[in-house]
Write a new protein. Sequence first.
Length: 152
Amino acid sequence: MPRAIALLRSGAVAIALAACGGSSGGSGAASSGSSSAAGSTPTQSSSTPSGTAGQPSGTSSIAADPSGNLKFTKSTLTANAGKVTVRFTNSAPLPHNLTIQQGTGGKVIAATPTFQGGSKTLTANLKPGTYTFFCSLPGHRQAGMQGTLTVR
């Protein structure tokens, strides 16, 4: 009986992951048409080919764990106030996104679309403070796919 329960749980997780993988407007994701939080201006993210050389100065890079674990390759990022650019690479076997939120439970500032394979660039005008970055797909943040962005 415990084995049957474990199999049912595995199937439920697989269905949940498959259901959330195809949409860029998943829960918590911001779109370019959303209103901005005080002191920030969201902007549309853009696609960039993997391995593009010559990133603009001041660009931070982060990636989803390529082995498929629900985590990023970094848990902290720092940036100077103003135009903040983060290049997010996803070589993991699951779709992910990168979402930036004011504080730990505040307004979503900007997000990349949900995607698998390649890189996306997220740019936002941010004031000094502490922000949270995370994957907004159901269960990903709760599993540990989040970190802190400190803007000086």
